[in-house]
Design a binder for this molecule. Structure first.
Ligand code: FES
Length: 180
């Protein structure tokens, strides 16, 4: 699901894309460095920027999207205000990392690699973060949360839900699920 962007964001993304293309060059072999620089500047690869790159490089847009999807280094959704990175290293996986991931997906109503529509939370899987004794581990922004079983997911989400200034969230709590 493509994230909606404002007109201001679109203008900013297009102007940054032009600058990157000017500095890197617009030949096809520069596609990966151009996408890398765009992500560095914009935090992710917006569709409108990839379409611009495709047009200038004279490459079918679908090829640029496929390449961006193929490489893990590229993100297709903007980072959330809070980023949940669920460890899927062997130790975490063995003690239920996948179930923890599913729990975040269900509560946030997004898939891994996505961001909630209000951009408050994003969800990713990561390789071992080096704290295997705390498995299953979730890194929230830069903070390590250990022993994150599904029963702890609600509490973690609530603490970040209440930490920001924006009180509208994508968290799918049992209360608002029941009210649908
Ligand atoms: S496998 Fe998750 S911290 Fe090492």
């Amino acid at each position: 699901m493509e994230m909606e962007i404002t007109r201001e964001e679109k203008e900013k993304y297009l102007s940054e894309t032009e600058k990157v293309l000017e500095s890197c060059g617009n030949h096809r072999e520069k596609l990966i460095p151009v996408l890398q620089q765009l992500q560095d500047k914009l935090g992710y690869l917006p569709g409108v920027a990839m379409e611009k790159v495709a047009g200038v490089m004279d490459i079918p847009a679908v090829d640029v999207f496929e390449l961006a999807t193929f490489y893990n280094q590229f993100r297709l959704h903007p980072p959330g205000e809070h980023e949940f990175k669920v460890c899927m290293g062997t130790a975490c996986y063995m003690v239920g990392g996948e179930t923890t991931m599913e729990s975040f997906q269900r509560k946030l109503d997004i898939e891994e690699g996505e961001t909630t529509p209000d951009r408050k939370f994003s969800l990713e899987r990561v390789a071992c973060v080096g704290c295997c004794t705390l498995a299953p581990v979730v890194v929230v922004d830069d903070k390590i949360e250990g022993h994150v079983t599904p029963t702890r997911v609600d509490g973690i989400l609530l603490s970040y839900e209440n930490s920001g200034t924006n009180n509208t969230s994508g968290v799918n709590s049992d209360e608002n699920k029941n009210s649908k």
